[in-house]
Write a protein that binds this ligand. Structure first.
Ligand SMILES: [Zn+2]
Length: 474
């Protein structure tokens, strides 16, 4: 099987209030069509674009976080093409002076994936094709919204690696506040390039799959292309250079267009937008404001003693990481214990309810308080799991345990009394436990039931064994 060679092109919607070159709202998810438009983003004659400083700042911050070289001068070009969703018949993009070049992202296993470039551009509008209509509709709400386009080197080798890479990029964008990077809202979209390496080691013919809107589709499209191209080559046929689409229902790629020649976009510097000088002092300031990134967070969690899988999962989830940090600090106990509850029972309950951690009323202090009750023996692990759904709804664990009388019985006298009572009430079970030591579990179960789980099973077992070993005492 020839080695797959995979590259990605990722579009991220930059999280800013206004569009790239005008004052219209950049966020239009869920809005009526064509309400966020003006002469600039509709490309009307005589209108002049003004660069959104915050969008540039975020794109530069992102480039720095991906270890890109950021130039002293960055510039916008016009990329000419005709398409009904592009009102100006050109797109303002970047050409030979992007905001970042030659960066890298390190995957969990330590392998570095090269970033060719990051550039800023404006988004296009959106076409709608009503069924059975003789016309199409266009919505310009998204036209002119700022995007970062990020292109990787063809360094990825498997669908799983591509998926892990996307998760890293998403986590970095979110940690920086550069983008919501949510594929389900179209704020993170990817195109993939897939080829199979020739027997002599050179790169094979590249096929591009456009517009993948989930990490799962990216992985599935790559896997499909590797199989499709492999089968062609095995048949002695050639892989054609083409652009393909992804059919989600059929889980397969399909031909969009064959590439005769690369398109000539007639790039020219945008005469309305002067080049931007990126002052070294400003770049230093951005570097100083860089928050903790997922890779550094993962290292910090490993140093706390977390299992690698937990460290990785928490490092990639900004919300869970913030909760974990606060809970670990409030608890002052084992960090792995906090991680176990977060990734285990709490995640299970949240998944079942279709909620995220931020949507649940539970605060880090609440989890820490429950863990302390567990540590000092006030409650058992079983009781902790039992009260967790209410703790998740924001109930204070101490008050909850007190109100429900769930404090673990630690007093030996009270426990002995309870054991005595259960034995008196179940003479037949006691008799059979004397015959057969294994039947002690039936008695243990009855005591635990009677105590509503507040007795310590090991202490009860010891008491029962002592009492059963004393003949005639009942
Ligand atoms: Zn506008």
């Amino acid at each position: 099987m020839p080695e797959p060679v995979i590259g990605l092109e990722i579009h991220l919607a930059i999280r800013v209030d206004t569009k790239m070159f005008c004052g219209c709202a950049a966020e239009s998810f869920g809005s009526e069509p064509n309400v966020h438009t003006c002469p600039v983003c509709l490309g009307l004659p005589g209108s002049l674009p003004v660069t959104n400083r915050e969008a540039i700042e975020k794109a530069v911050l992102f480039s720095l976080a991906l270890h890109c070289r950021v130039p002293e001068l960055t510039q916008f070009h016009r990329k000419h093409y005709f398409y009904p969703d592009a009102p100006k018949n050109y797109q303002i993009s970047q050409y030979d002076r992007p905001v970042g070049e030659h960066g890298w992202v390190e995957l969990d296993g330590g392998r570095r994936i090269g970033i060719t470039r990051c550039h800023v551009e404006e988004d296009a509008g959106r076409l709608a094709h009503p069924p059975y209509a003789d016309h199409s509709l266009v919505d310009f709400n998204r036209a002119g919204a700022p995007l970062i386009e990020m292109v990787t080197e063809p360094d990825l080798r498997t669908p799983e690696e591509a998926r892990a890479f996307l998760a890293q990029v998403q986590a970095v964008a979110r940690a920086l506040g550069v983008s919501d990077a949510s594929p389900e809202q179209g704020k993170m979209r990817a195109d993939v390039n897939v080829s199979l390496r020739n027997p002599d080691g050179s790169l094979g013919t590249k096929v591009e799959v456009k517009n993948l809107n989930s990490f799962k589709s990216v992985a599935a499209a790559i896997a499909f292309e590797v199989r499709r191209q492999g089968a062609l080559l095995e048949d002695g046929r050639e892989v054609a250079q083409e652009t393909r689409g992804w059919n989600e229902g059929g889980q397969r790629t399909y031909l969009l267009r064959s590439k005769e020649e690369s398109a000539d976009y007639r790039y020219m510097p945008d005469p309305d937008l002067p080049p931007l000088t990126l002052e070294p002092a400003w770049l230093d300031d951005l570097r100083a404001r860089m928050p903790e990134l997922p890779a550094a967070r993962r290292e910090r969690y490993l140093a706390l003693g977390l299992k690698p899988a937990d460290a990785e999962a928490l490092a990639l989830d900004l919300e869970a990481a913030a909760f974990f940090d606060a809970a670990t600090e409030a608890y002052a106990g084992s960090a792995q214990t906090v991680a176990n509850w977060l990734t285990g029972d709490i995640a299970g309950l949240l998944n079942a309810g279709g909620r995220s951690l931020a949507e649940a009323p539970l605060r880090p202090e609440g989890l820490a308080a429950m863990l302390r009750l567990l540590d000092d023996g006030t409650i058992s692990g079983k009781i902790a799991k039992e009260i967790l759904p209410e703790v998740l709804e924001g109930e204070g664990p101490e008050a909850l345990v007190a109100r429900k009388g769930l404090t673990q019985i630690t007093d030996e006298g009270a426990l002995a009394e309870l054991v005595e009572r259960v034995m008196q009430a179940n003479p037949a079970v006691v008799a059979s436990a004397r015959e057969n030591p294994k039947a002690i579990n039936a008695l243990l179960g009855k005591v635990m039931q009677e105590s509503r789980g507040t007795a310590r099973p090991d202490a009860v077992r010891r008491l029962l064994q002592d009492r059963l070993a004393t003949p005639g005492s009942d």
